[in-house]
Design a binder for this molecule. Structure first.
Ligand code: THG
Length: 366
């Protein structure tokens, strides 16, 4: 086995001690930090996530904080989603695009106040782009990465566990809203959100000192619901169609190609730096788009692009894939050309273990 060398560039998190004690078996690197990928096995973790409740160290979801009079203006420059109706206390899933309409990140924007936002980023160095925009346009705003580390509680019993620690009032927090709740004398932002379709909460820990107290309190409270350390689960996220930046899309894709058109209001998102480019491509619509891909047969680990073929012709690619125990088939996320993206289209995918028959679907499994 090859081990990863730790250094300052590969940051630990306020919860790393808890993750290690829980027997983490594998990590990936995300935003220059360790993100657990396996505890018992991907399949056991999947079953437990769907039936019980898990505690996830998602400190890798780093924040880009915008603070100052131009914070709202800057936030709207970054995304084609119209933010005018967004109130403090709300979270929005926002595509972030460059001047060509290319995806730079797909974070959750957290509006703390009119003049204070957190952008809870996926795996790309968004801070540099945001600093560049703020400086280039001479905006009156501070842009920094604060010491904020999200901890997620996900699964059917997540609400019970979070209520046991923060009080029954958290039960009233609606999806993609947050409230501020006391934990041992400290105010914490607690949102109903998270990178699974099983429901749950994310607690934005400010500073590292209370990290293990928070971890231990949730573990203790969750014992009666069989809580276990977990992490974003490959199988569950593919079933739910949750995209992974850098895997399923990158700067070469528009939000519309990613199926994120429902999070764009390009006509009314005045100020968005990618607006003109997106208005132009919106005239014709995308020529390729993300699709759910059902794989017939076994599924090898997917760590590179797998071409999607119609005979000898490449018509797309698979970018994430896994075996689904619940649907008893291979589940995958792919990018498919418009000539072949209709539901029911039969193609072949070229895996490193050879071709597999697949079917294209317009909707994901859950
Ligand atoms: N939570 C927070 N930060 C994050 C993630 C998160 N940063 C990294 C990564 N995840 C960003 N990507 C996503 C992708 C999907 C969703 C959230 C962040 C998501 N999507 C829902 C869906 O598609 O069904 C809901 C979107 C909506 O209706 O607004 O939750 O998970 N803090």
């Amino acid at each position: 086995m090859t081990l990863i060398s730790l250094s300052r560039r590969l940051r630990r998190t306020p919860f790393s001690e808890g993750v290690e004690a829980a027997g983490v078996k594998a990590y990936t690197v995300y935003n220059h930090m360790l993100l657990p990928t396996v505890f018992r096995s991907v399949q056991e973790d999947y079953r437990h996530l769907k039936e019980k409740v898990q505690l996830w160290d998602v400190a890798v979801e780093r924040q880009v904080e915008l603070r100052g009079p131009d914070a709202g203006r800057l936030m709207q420059m970054l995304t084609p989603r119209d933010l005018r109706g967004m109130l403090p206390g709300q979270c929005f899933y926002v595509p972030i695009v460059d001047e060509t309409g290319g995806m730079l990140n797909d974070p959750v924007a957290v509006k703390l106040a009119e003049d204070r936002w957190w952008i809870s980023i996926a795996d790309s160095d968004l801070l540099f782009w945001v600093k560049g925009i703020a400086y280039g346009y001479r905006l009156d705003v501070l842009v920094e990465e604060p010491d904020v580390s999200p901890l997620a509680v996900q699964g059917p019993h997540a609400e019970d566990v979070v209520a046991a620690v923060f009080g029954d009032r958290v039960r009233d927090v609606r999806f993609f809203r947050f409230g501020v709740f006391d934990f041992q004398g400290r105010d914490m932002v607690v949102a109903r959100s998270g990178y699974s379709k099983q429901g749950g909460f994310e607690i934005y820990l400010e500073g590292a000192d209370m990290g293990m107290d928070l971890w231990n309190a949730l573990m203790e409270a969750g014992r009666q619901w069989d809580i276990h350390a977990g992490c974003p689960n490959l199988i569950e996220r593919i079933e739910g169609g949750l995209l992974s930046y850098g895997n399923d899309m990158d700067r070469r894709n528009t939000p519309h190609e990613c199926g994120l058109g429902r999070f764009c209001n390009t006509q009314t998102a005045i100020g968005c730096v990618g607006r003109d480019a997106l208005l132009r491509v919106a005239v014709e619509g995308p020529v390729q788009q993300v699709r759910a891909i059902e794989i017939h047969g076994d599924v090898p680990p997917c760590d590179r692009i797998w071409p999607l073929m119609d005979g000898e012709m490449q018509v797309g690619r698979v970018t994430s894939a896994a075996w689904s125990p619940d649907f008893e088939c291979g589940v995958a996320i792919g990018m498919v050309r418009m000539t072949h993206w209709n539901s029911g289209t039969d193609l072949d995918v070229m895996t490193p273990d050879g071709p597999r028959a697949v079917s294209v679907h317009e909707t994901f499994w859950i």
